[in-house]
Design a protein around this ligand. Structure first.
Ligand SMILES: NC(=O)c1ccc[n+]([C@@H]2O[C@H](COP(=O)([O-])OP(=O)(O)OC[C@H]3O[C@@H](n4cnc5c(N)ncnc54)[C@H](OP(=O)(O)O)[C@@H]3O)[C@@H](O)[C@H]2O)c1
Length: 424
């Protein structure tokens, strides 16, 4: 790949980004290590969509939201412009369709997430940096001569997290990508949000509890953060698999808003929805007793992405021998467990991290994605609500980073989603 400064030297500092003529540019600066193309003596470049430029050698201009130190997204994210060469060998050139703004992405930028992409200079930034974002849908724009499984126009997602998805274009190796087979009937939103939250939900519900399939409709799971991307996926998968769900959300500002949110989740297939204040009240024990037919329908799995008192309250509802799986810590409070639950109820407490799981089970991850995409195609898995942040070629960095920062506030109507509106 070419750095922005390299591009300037290749294309000439005085070239205009908008214009109809094909400027001729003399190249005198040596190629840097980022340049994968042999140094041409001279080159033509031409405008695409009146804004962007591709040289006769196939270089594409790209922008990436990068950070070279940890901190709040609004303070540390900057937009880096660079060039991407034509793909060689097994390289694949990609254009962003959409990428979600997940809580883990924010934590990564803040430097408080366990996995930290290495800071590198491969995009030609002055300081080593990482491209933000872990999940997204991309379209293949060109393939190297040794690429066998992908063609121009295919849609792909990243095989692993940590590759950096908040960028207009990327060049990756074929081996780093999962092809979306049969993209017909799917949207960029659905594909861009498939590989983290639905996979997390799917594996947690399937892998931590030995459900008695003969008792379909008579066993429960309970979860907090039920309106999150993961929570919504849990509700829909559990509905498909005959598991009842007891869902907890945070109270909204007004009873009407709270009721609206509960209804939204019931419409997805939630069996019952309660608020956090109900969960933490002395009444909750009776509520659970009633809806589980005096415990005849056991709650066998608890999924916790909040922590603190909410996690403790979930654990107290579990039937003996059940599991509580912690996969997030939105309240930033530790999980505190009464000893009695461990001693007398033989509960098991697990954690789940989809990045780690996916690295160890790449084929199963792909199968899981395909399973959920099939449910999506048949209308059984609904879109998550999103607040779109539209990214055009000339969108300013301040607008993007402010939009990213915004997603850190709670009580949102939908997940932040970067949608790239390509002009090339
Ligand atoms: N371990 C893994 O492999 C894995 C994978 C995916 C996600 N996760 C984690 O799962 C959680 C949900 O992720 P997501 O992408 O599904 O989320 P999301 O769609 O962005 O939604 C965020 C959720 O967090 C809730 N929330 C925000 N601040 C909160 C607070 N202070 N206390 C309690 N709840 C709060 C929100 O509730 P309100 O609407 O009430 O604000 C909402 O339900 C995050 O912690 C994320 O890191 C973990």
């Amino acid at each position: 790949m070419l750095s922005n400064s390299s591009v300037r030297s290749v294309f000439g500092a005085s070239r205009s980004r908008v214009g109809g003529s094909f400027p001729r540019v003399n190249v005198s600066a040596p190629f840097t290590a980022h340049m994968q193309h042999p140094s041409p003596v001279s080159s033509y470049c031409f405008p695409v969509g009146n804004r962007k430029w591709i040289s006769v050698y196939g270089y594409t201009q790209a922008k990436a939201l990068v950070y070279s130190r940890y901190g709040e997204p609004k303070d540390v994210l900057h937009l880096h412009k660079h060039s991407i060469s034509a793909p060689h060998g097994t390289q694949v050139n990609l254009r962003l369709l959409a990428a979600p703004l997940n809580p883990a992405d924010m934590n990564q930028i803040q430097g408080v997430y366990p996995s930290k992409p290495p800071f590198q200079t491969s995009l030609g930034t002055e300081a080593p940096c990482a491209v933000a974002g872990n999940e997204g849908a991309f379209e293949v724009t060109a393939t190297g001569s040794n690429v066998t499984s992908l063609s121009k126009g295919d849609w792909v997602v990243m095989k692993q997290t940590g590759l950096g998805t908040w960028r207009t274009h990327a060049q990756l190796d074929e081996s780093q990508l999962i092809k979306i087979e049969n993209k017909e009937g799917l949207t960029p939103l659905q594909v861009s949000t498939i590989s983290v939250n639905p996979v997390t939900a799917y594996r947690m519900v399937k892998d931590f509890c030995d459900w008695d399939w003969m008792r379909a409709g008579e066993e429960w799971l309970i979860q907090n953060g039920a309106n999150s991307g993961v929570g919504r996926a849990v509700i829909q998968l559990a509905r498909e698999w005959g598991i009842k769900t007891l869902n907890v959300v945070r109270d909204r500002k007004t009873p009407e808003e709270t009721e609206g949110l509960k209804k939204e989740l019931r419409d997805l297939g939630a069996t019952a929805v309660f608020t956090e204040s109900q969960l933490l009240s002395g009444e909750f024990r009776n509520i659970v007793h009633d809806i589980t037919r005096q415990g005849k329908e056991p709650i066998r799995l608890a999924l916790n992405c909040v922590g603190g008192r909410s996690a403790t309250a979930l654990a107290k509802t579990l039937a003996p021998g059940s599991h509580l799986v912690t996969y997030g810590a939105m309240s930033k409070q530790p999980v505190a467990l009464p000893s009695g639950l461990l001693i007398f109820k033989d509960l098991t407490f697990n954690g789940f991290w989809v990045s780690n799981w996916g690295d160890k089970n790449p084929q199963l991850k792909e199968n899981t994605i395909n399973d959920v995409l099939q449910l999506t195609r048949t209308g059984k898995f609904k879109d998550i609500p999103v607040e779109e942040l539209r990214w055009r070629w000339d969108t300013e960095c301040a607008e993007l980073s402010a939009g990213v920062q915004e997603t850190l506030s709670g009580f949102r109507s939908g997940k932040g989603l970067l949608r790239y509106e390509a002009e090339d």
